[in-house]
Structures are given as structure tokens and as C-alpha cells.
Design a protein around this ligand. Structure first.
Ligand code: FAD
Ligand code: UDP
Length: 375
């Protein structure tokens, strides 16, 4: 078989690059994935009860980037959806990111008024402040009390469960994904473009790949076929340390286990996701019908259990953003630069970056313009 490109990994990164190469350059692509389906971690499917679930955890699309939204909108229409998350704190379900509604739900009104006034005076209204920043700047008084309270009740134990680390042992960007929001807006994201693909992610990606220049090979590790296929260049979106046979050592990842539970009830919970920062050994429960809007009898939800990543045994879901890991990932980056005429590295695992879907798509579109077109 003679192809122009071998693309390893059928997640958003690999599929967007396949689409661009096939449609814009009229070149032939072989897209290979070790799993038995396309879509990477964004894959969704119907379970045995007919409920549309996200096999690898809840995926909500949101972006600031109009060009990413416009690009994907060629392949899907969108269901209007703004994500809402509640966290169980002191036995109450309160909005996360922690905001004024959370504050008033947890404290007597007079004290909440006092804290809200002090927060606005110091930080302003409608402002997002990462918990680690507030903790650093509050040395005493009511706002220190509040910062310690939020840290302890929302972040400390959740982060310990999710990563096996305390918030300040991780890159500050991790907890800054869910900053304190000095607002009454309960939405998880404020991006101008958000929603769910009307017919799901797998349907969207199927449409991305619907071109005669794209051939798809599933259930296959690229190592099994790389020597027998003729191709000019590779895009690699698997783990970068695996590509280089771990020559500089193993990059750390975090894994997860999902327990899918079906209930005969119409709904299991009032919003899509409920976080459990302080109890149990799972982090959150997500009920898919809230995300997808599916009308069906019964409902399915996923309970997320963080796991230590064990090479060959479970899935490397998250790179672990931590200062200590930067040097090692940089060594692999340098290796990848030596091969840049033959292989383009990209994606959450290929770049070892905690990308959201829109960032993976933006990176693929950028690479297409900067690296692929000139090939
Ligand atoms: P992936 O989707 O991981 O695809 C890589 C593919 O490469 C995989 O299918 C893998 O099987 C394949 N592969 C690896 N090695 C080989 C090999 N040797 N041979 C063949 N194939 C190989 N983003 C959001 O925007 N919103 C969310 O709400 C959100 N929620 C998330 C929840 C969870 C639990 C997780 C884990 C991620 C979430 N994300 C979310 C992030 C999103 O999943 C990623 O941004 C996106 O999947 C990145 O796409 P990718 O193509 O880079 O990688
Ligand atoms: N986080 C937390 N408590 C929460 C929600 C989030 O401590 O109730 C922290 C935790 O460290 C988590 C990070 O913020 O890993 C980012 O949360 P996000 O919901 O963005 O995680 P993802 O959906 O990527 O797993």
C-alpha cells in the first residue's frame, strides 16, 4: 500500500489533520488506531440500554476560538448546552467553580455579604481568581479564612484523589482551570462558543473522515504496520515517550477507571456533573442525558475513579503538569525535533500537554498550515 501520510491516532488531532490533508492537498492518508473505533478519548457510543455515553469520560465542547468553532461546524450542528457542575460541600450541593451563589449557600447571609463585599473591594466584580493566587495573597482576616475554606473543601482532597498530589505540588494552571468566580454565573465555562455536537462526537468525527483519500485501520498499533506501508511522512499522536522507546525514561501520566451505572429513573441527579471533593474515592459522577439531551427511558451515569497509570495495563489519560516533569518532556521534544522531516508530533500525548478538545483542534489546524502544507 502506498500512502502520502501515515497518521497514528484517530482522536481529534489525527482526524483533523487527516481531513485537511485529504481535502486541501488531495493527498492519501492511512489513519491507524490501536482501539476498535475512531474518536480517541472523545468517542461516544450507545450502551446496551440505548443511552448515548462517553466511553472515556464526559466531554463538553467549549472554546474562545471562533476559527475552531467555525471549522467544526462544517461537520456538525450543535445542541445548545452550557455545562453546570455542583460539588458536595458540608452536605450541600453548591456550584463549582466556587462563586457568590456557592458562598451564600454555605454561609449565613450576613457573613456571606461581608465576605462578598471584601472580595469585590479587593479583586473586583466578574473576575476569576485562581485559588492558589487568593491563598498566596491573603495572610489574615476574613478572606484568608475563606481562601483556606475553599482550598480545603473544594480543591485539596479532590486534587489529592485526582492526581495523588496536593494543588501546590502541580502546575498552577491545573487548579486555575476552575478559578473562583466573583459572579453569580453558575456555568462551568464562559467561552463564547459552547455546546455538544448534535449527534455526538463519533458522528462528527465520522463526517470529518468521510473522504476517499482517507483509509482507516483500527485494532492496529502503528508499530505492526509502519514497516510494511510505504508513506512519505508520519503524524504521531500517541505517547511521545513510547515512540522513542522510553530512551530518556517514562513520562508520568494519570489514569482513570469509569464505572457506568444504569438506572431506571428518568434522572439520577439534577445537573450533568456532581463533584465529590471530600467523600468517597471517586471524584465525580456525570449523567449523560443532561449533556446529550437524549429522551429515553432510564439513564446512565459514569463514576470516575482516578488511578495510578501502569504502562501496558491501563490508559494514559492525563499528562501530569508538574515542574519536575518539564525537563523530561523537553528531552523528548528535542528528540522529536531531530525527526521533524519525517514525523510530526501532536496531540495530548504527542505534545505531552493537558489540551482540551478545542486546543487539540487548534493545534492540528496550525500544524497543517505551518508544517504540512510546506511538505
Ligand atoms: P486522543 O483522543 O487521546 O487520541 C489519541 C489516539 O491515539 C487514541 O485513540 C489512541 O488509541 C491512539 N494511539 C496511541 N498510541 C497508538 C499506537 N501506538 N498505535 C495506534 N494508535 C495509537 N476536552 C474538552 O475540551 N472538554 C472536556 O470536557 C474534556 N473532558 C475530558 C475528560 C477526560 C476524562 C479526559 C481524559 C479528557 C477530556 N478532554 C476534554 C480532553 C480531550 O479528550 C482531548 O483534548 C482530546 O481527546 C485530544 O485528542 P488527541 O487526538 O490529541 O488524543
Ligand atoms: N478541581 C478540584 N475540585 C473540583 C474541581 C476541580 O480540586 O471540584 C481541580 C482538580 O485538581 C482538577 C482540576 O481542578 O484536576 C481541573 O478540573 P477540571 O474539571 O478542568 O478537570 P478535567 O475535566 O480536565 O478532569
Amino acid at each position: 500500500m502506498k500512502m502520502d501520510w501515515l497518521i497514528v491516532g484517530a482522536g481529534f488531532t489525527g482526524c483533523v489533520l487527516a481531513e485537511r490533508i485529504a481535502t486541501q492537498l488531495n493527498q492519501k492518508v492511512l489513519l491507524v488506531d490501536q482501539r476498535n473505533h475512531i474518536g480517541g478519548n472523545s468517542y461516544d457510543t450507545y450502551d446496551e440500554k440505548g443511552i448515548l455515553i462517553h466511553q472515556y469520560g464526559p466531554h463538553i465542547f467549549h472554546t474562545n476560538a471562533q476559527h475552531v468553532w467555525d471549522y467544526l461546524s462544517q461537520f456538525t450542528t450543535w445542541r445548545y448546552y452550557h455545562h453546570r457542575v455542583l460539588a458536595v460541600v458540608d452536605g450541600k450541593q453548591v456550584p463549582v467553580p466556587f462563586n457568590f451563589n456557592s458562598l451564600y449557600a454555605l454561609f449565613p447571609t450576613k457573613y456571606a455579604d461581608k465576605l462578598a463585599k471584601k472580595l469585590i473591594a479587593k479583586y473586583g466584580m466578574d473576575v476569576k481568581v485562581p485559588i492558589l493566587n487568593i491563598r498566596e495573597s491573603e495572610k489574615n482576616g476574613d478572606l484568608k479564612f475563606l481562601a483556606d475554606f475553599i482550598y480545603e473543601k473544594v480543591f485539596h482532597h479532590y486534587t489529592q484523589k485526582q492526581w495523588g498530589l496536593k494543588p501546590d505540588e502541580l502546575g498552577a494552571s491545573v487548579t486555575a482551570r476552575v478559578p473562583i468566580y466573583l459572579s453569580h454565573d453558575d456555568r462551568y465555562f464562559q467561552d463564547p462558543y459552547q455546546g455538544m455536537p448534535q449527534h455526538g462526537y463519533t458522528a462528527l468525527i465520522n463526517r470529518l473522515l468521510a473522504h476517499p483519500n482517507i483509509k482507516i485501520l483500527l485494532n492496529t498499533q502503528y508499530q505492526e504496520i509502519a514497516d510494511v506501508i510505504k508513506y512519505k511522512k508520519m503524524v504521531y499522536t500517541g505517547p511521545i515517550d513510547e515512540f522513542f522507546d522510553y530512551m530518556h525514561g517514562d513520562l508520568p501520566y494519570r489514569s482513570l477507571h469509569f464505572n457506568f451505572v444504569h438506572t431506571e429513573q428518568e434522572h439520577h441527579q439534577s445537573v450533568a456533573t456532581v463533584n465529590y471533593p471530600n467523600d468517597f474515592d471517586f471524584t465525580r459522577i456525570t449523567e449523560f442525558k443532561h449533556l446529550t439531551g437524549q429522551k429515553a427511558y432510564g439513564s446512565t451515569y459514569a463514576v470516575e475513579y482516578p488511578r495510578v497509570y501502569l504502562k501496558g495495563e491501563n490508559t494514559p489519560y492525563y499528562p501530569i503538569p508538574r515542574e519536575e516533569h518539564k525537563a523530561l518532556s523537553h528531552q523528548y521534544k528535542l528528540e522529536s525535533e531531530k525527526m521533524k522531516d519525517k514525523v510530526i508530533f501532536a496531540g495530548r500525548l504527542g505534545d505531552y500537554q493537558y489540551y482540551n478538545m478545542d486546543q487539540a483542534v487548534a493545534r492540528a489546524l496550525h500544524l497543517f498550515e505551518k508544517e504540512v502544507v510546506k511538505t
